[in-house]
Design a binder for this molecule. Sequence first.
Ligand code: ASP
Length: 332
Amino acid sequence: MKPFHLFVLAALVAFGCNGPLVGNPQPAVESIDFAIAIHGGAGTIDRDMDPDLERAYREALEDALRFGYGLLEQDSTSLDVVEQVVRRLEDDELFNAGKGAVFTHEGTNELDAAIMDGATRGCGAVTGVTTVKNPISLARTVMEASPHVFFTGSGAEAFAERMGLERVDPEYFFTQRRWDSLQKILKREEGTVSETGKHGTVGCVALDRSGHLAAATSTGGLTNKRFGRVGDVPVIGAGTYADDATAAISCTGHGEQFIRNTVASRVSAMMEYKGLTLDEAARVVISKVLGPGDGGLIAVGRDGAIALEFNTEGMYRGAADSSGRFEVAIWE
Ligand code: ASP
């Protein structure tokens, strides 16, 4: 053996293959038992928002996050948690889902929702629903009580009726704020679909103590959307996806772009086939696959890592995990 090779061998024995064991030791990776992330939509969120409204958004996000965190702490399944958290956000008229949904061009509220179980890759979705109080629960019922995955309009309503889900008069979904948004767009007569990129879809992803992942997303879609338009939210793989092998993902933004780019399943595929971390995959998809202003996503990985990525001005969001992380944010 030449002296140089002896030197290299000695160095490897002394320092190990990863370099000298001096300097900056890597912090131990904290193991995460459970984790949760939520969103309340991404878009052009006015930084000069009325302070009371901003406070209301932050409180609603915190409340939903704490609720979901508490359920996970008490050993609820990720599937139960994402459904329950999204129901809560659907009932809050601040968000564009359930009560508070945006209006279609015709002045109606047509709701979309999807849920996916990472353990089985079972999923359920509904679109164009007008009388079901909590569309996310209908999506879960589709997954669990039908041989199908996706129901539309009157078929979804009939299924809801048969399964005894809570129904409401379509008037229940009316809110003045969303009505005014539609009137503003109609007056502009530009034929644009959404009001200056303002969204408000809700979503939740979670990892439970058993290592199972789940994702749920619910929306009224885009203000001024045309008759029969379906967005990404109920399209499995576009706006919603979960697989225990990789991550659970829920998206928000310009739905057509998320469908074209199969955003949610693309994040999972990049992890599975390219070996990217969740953070890397989410960043590539949001900053390279999508265009500026298209939207954002929340995701939780099988190891409890959380990604909150967006290419819009802001995204209502929150994240918490068993290591003590608990945060909500809008722009920052
Ligand atoms: N992605 C939803 C849709 O296009 C809208 C949103 O996220 O705000 O229907």
